[in-house]
Ligand binder design. Sequence first.
Ligand SMILES: Cc1ncc(C[n+]2csc(CCOP(=O)(O)OP(=O)(O)O)c2C)c(N)n1
Ligand SMILES: [Mg+2]
Length: 304
Amino acid sequence: MKGKTVVLTQETQTPGGAVGVTSDRLQAVTDAAYRIRHHALTMGEVQGQGYVGQALGAADMLAAVYADQLRFRAAEPEWQDRDRFLLSTGHYAIGHYAALAEAGMIPVEELETYGSDDSRLPMSGMSTYTPGMEISGGSLGHGLGVAVGISLGLRHQGSTSRVYNFLSDGELDEGSTWEAAMGAHHHQLGNLTAMVDINALQADGKTDTVLRTEPVTEKWEAFGWYTQRVDGNDLTALLQAFDNAAAQASNVGRPSVILCDTKVGRGVPLLEDREKAHFMRIDEHEWQLCREQLTAGFEGKASK
Ligand SMILES: Cc1ncc(C[n+]2csc(CCOP(=O)(O)OP(=O)(O)O)c2C)c(N)n1
Ligand SMILES: [Mg+2]
């Protein structure tokens, strides 16, 4: 496998059942992804605007991690043997809170406080405010460096915990991300998995017009990482990719990256092709329509 990129796409997967991806697992993450999207709409409506498109786009990645991969104790967020999930992209906090609610780390009712004064759920992720939020990640391009430090530290302690770092494609503009990528390979941090939400969007427009970072797959591979690229809204492909990463994870070995091509607003057609998708304004009367569209798309995939 060394030096070889694994590319998983919808075409190369057997829908509903690649090897190892059982229908039970798939159903569990499908249900979780739906609820994460639903929670994100709940929070978005509190503010009437926000980073809702990113939360909907990344919901499948978050569901795969929280409902299938991550080792944690909901009632003991600082359990020493937990895996660490680091959100580099502070503005994606809305999606992360939705996943933490789904995981039972924060009460679902609390989501109604999102972005309000005195809430534990500020609009940008803050580690001191929220259980399960390991870092304060709003300054883009720093999460992977922190993840490298934590991965090294855990290895020194003899821990078997793994570290997951969630990045955005905008963070690939940052030199610090690539320094960290080199460091992870140099230190052979096989306990580290990065996942990049490639939604082809940044604050100032499309990624390829802001700063062309492609070919992204080849770059990570050249930096020595075990590299997979998947449709990040295909749960079967995601689970398979996480399984592949887990199968080669070790305390001393190649770090892993899963590059996930996603669609902003995924699951709510009204929002999928919206202009100014980085920070969406959604009218009062549209929220109910968003929920109806989400549920309509989910019906048929729901567990019985
Ligand atoms: C170091 C740094 N520079 C600039 C910003 C301002 N900023 C906030 S979000 C964002 C867009 C970054 O791209 P990405 O995360 O891919 O955006 P999205 O997909 O959420 O639209 C920028 C430039 C920041 N938070 N940190
Ligand atoms: Mg982006």
